[in-house]
Design a protein around this ligand. Structure first.
Ligand SMILES: [Zn+2]
Length: 101
């Protein structure tokens, strides 16, 4: 009988999330904690649990408490913590302002 090692080659994708620098905390729409940050989420091709090849990346909003996340999109951002909404009637008029455009 031949004896041979059977080494499982594990490969797949892993996602690494790197927060973008200093930024104000945002309020999470799901758990309402001020723990939402914008981050760069990058997929890596990994072999035997070692990330080897960087693949697609995208910017996301993510909550560090409940793991809620959405892709960054123009025209919408989670409210900054401390931002006071003007009662139930004023919510529909919320318009984020972009100073750098
Ligand atoms: Zn949350």
């Amino acid at each position: 009988m031949d004896f041979f090692f059977c080494i499982p080659i594990m490969f797949g994708c892993t996602t690494k999330i790197k927060p973008d620098g200093d930024q104000p905390a945002r309020v999470c729409p799901r758990c309402h904690n001020a723990s939402v940050i914008s981050a760069n989420s990058r997929n890596w091709f990994e072999l035997c649990f070692v990330p080897l090849v960087p693949m697609s990346s995208k910017h996301i909003w993510m909550c560090s408490i409940c793991q809620w996340n959405v892709p960054l999109q123009q025209g919408w951002e989670p409210p900054v913590a401390g931002f006071q909404q003007q009662g139930p009637q004023g919510v529909h008029g919320y318009q984020p302002t972009y100073l750098n455009q």
